[in-house]
Write a protein that binds this ligand. Structure first.
Ligand SMILES: *[C@@H]1O[C@H](CO)[C@@H](O)[C@H](O)[C@H]1NC(C)=O
Ligand SMILES: *[C@@H]1O[C@H](CO)[C@@H](O)[C@H](O)[C@H]1NC(C)=O
Ligand SMILES: *[C@@H]1O[C@H](CO)[C@@H](O)[C@H](O)[C@H]1NC(C)=O
Length: 378
């Protein structure tokens, strides 16, 4: 409510924009980066232990609450980490490639997400899935001439396992439909926070695996993608005199430093650019408003990425979930206002655990999803 009041005395045109945008407000989706039942990430990541009845029933309860409070999608991360030799790994570590139990769990989870319906307004969820590669699957360790990952897999073995992982994820998710006939899964991300130039061997990883990934994900009728990382530090976002030594399109648009470099790499490699540009967006403010920073960031994206032929459509794939109610509401509403004023911002999902509220500040269900929703009910 309070941000509307602030707009009311600024300009009648802004009010008109707000009101007209409310009509198609359902275009802005809010979701949760939901992968754990509690704040403790190590133990409470659920996909590896979904066959445990009380884990599954807790997740079902939480999904219902998430939906009732207005989320329209959940976004699952799967951390591929462990060796497939049956050692007792912490719950957050899925196996590289997925074990049979994990495949079964993923399929069951997808069916369960598909079954959820809001008790308030009857809407249902969509599901996104993002793969993340660490430990045995950490391609930033090693190199092409030696081997990759914590356990020294050679390149052909590594690629074989990536392909097996992708195939089994798709097998688990394929054709899972909601009772209203809608395919449950929307986007499958091969990697999160892609930063070409900052993460060793990521160029190799994408060039080698993304083409096949696009093909098999598209064949499953899902949208293949990766997401990028925005530099949300206030002094970088607002650095009007920023000059990029390599890419003049970035002059004055420093927030896009890594997004631009990553998309530029994809373009040079003739990898199709995503149909919507998604990124993590953690805004660290000093004195500016969150509204001015997010609108600056989206303007930076439009101005610089268009040079590469990227679509002018954006999704926030991760962002803060502050534990302070006032700060979180102000933060969430800044994104919602940006989406109202400019439908380039298509959706947002916020991070949970670990570190959603800042380093060491983990959050868990229940979530105040309304803080991020459009003010269409006002
Ligand atoms: C599993 O494999 C890893 C890497 O080869 C090894 O370090 C670990 O000891 C193995 N664990 C078991 C239980 O065999
Ligand atoms: C690859 O890694 C090995 C072992 O760390 C190292 O000796 C070699 O110089 C690296 N090669 C390249 C091309 O970086
Ligand atoms: C790569 O590793 C796999 C599994 O350890 C092994 O079977 C294969 O022979 C290795 N390939 C090369 C080219 O070293």
């Amino acid at each position: 409510m309070f941000f509307l009041v602030r707009y009311f005395h600024i300009d009648i045109i802004v009010i008109a924009l707000l009101l007209s945008a409310v009509v198609y407000s359902s275009a802005y989706d809010v979701g949760v980066d939901y992968h754990a039942t509690e704040a403790d990430f190590i133990d409470s990541v659920f996909i590896t232990q979904y066959h445990t009845p009380n884990v599954r029933s807790t997740v079902l309860t939480q999904l219902q609450g998430i939906t009732d409070r207005g989320a329209t999608f959940v976004s699952l991360r799967i951390w591929l980490v462990a060796q497939p030799n049956g050692s007792a790994d912490p719950n957050w570590q899925a196996t590289f490639p997925l074990s049979d139990q994990e495949k079964t769990n993923l399929h069951q989870y997808a069916n369960d997400v598909a079954s959820i319906q809001s008790a308030i307004d009857g809407h249902r969820l969509r599901l996104d899935v993002c793969l993340l590669w660490l430990g045995a699957a950490d391609y930033t360790i090693g190199n092409l001439t030696v081997d990759f990952g914590y356990f020294h897999l050679n390149a052909s073995e590594f690629t074989l396992r990536v392909e097996k992982t992708v195939d089994s994820v798709l097998q688990a998710l394929a054709n899972v439909k909601r009772p209203d006939g809608v395919l449950l899964v929307q986007t499958v991300y091969l990697e999160g926070e892609v930063m070409i130039g900052a993460k060793a061997n990521q160029d190799w990883f994408l060039a080698t695996h993304y083409p096949r990934f696009i093909e098999v994900v598209t064949n499953a009728n899902f949208t293949p993608s990766v997401y990028f990382l925005v530099d949300g530090l206030e002094k970088h976002v607002l650095q009007a005199d920023y000059i990029d030594a390599q890419f003049p399109a970035l002059n004055g648009h420093r927030s896009m430093y890594w997004v631009y470099r990553s998309l530029n790499f994809m373009k040079n490699e003739k990898l199709p650019l995503p149909s919507r540009i998604d990124f993590s967006c953690y805004i660290d403010r000093q004195t500016a408003t969150y509204e001015s920073l997010i609108s600056h960031i989206i303007d930076d994206a439009s101005a610089s990425l268009s040079v590469l032929g990227a679509p002018d459509l954006y999704g926030v794939a991760e962002t803060y979930y502050f534990v302070d109610d006032t700060q979180r509401n102000e933060y969430g509403q800044a994104f919602a206002i940006e989406a109202l004023l400019n439908p380039r911002l298509d959706r947002l999902s916020f991070w949970t655990t670990p570190d959603a509220g800042g380093q060491g500040v983990n959050v868990a269900y229940p979530f105040a999803i309304e803080d991020f929703l459009l003010p269409s009910s006002y």
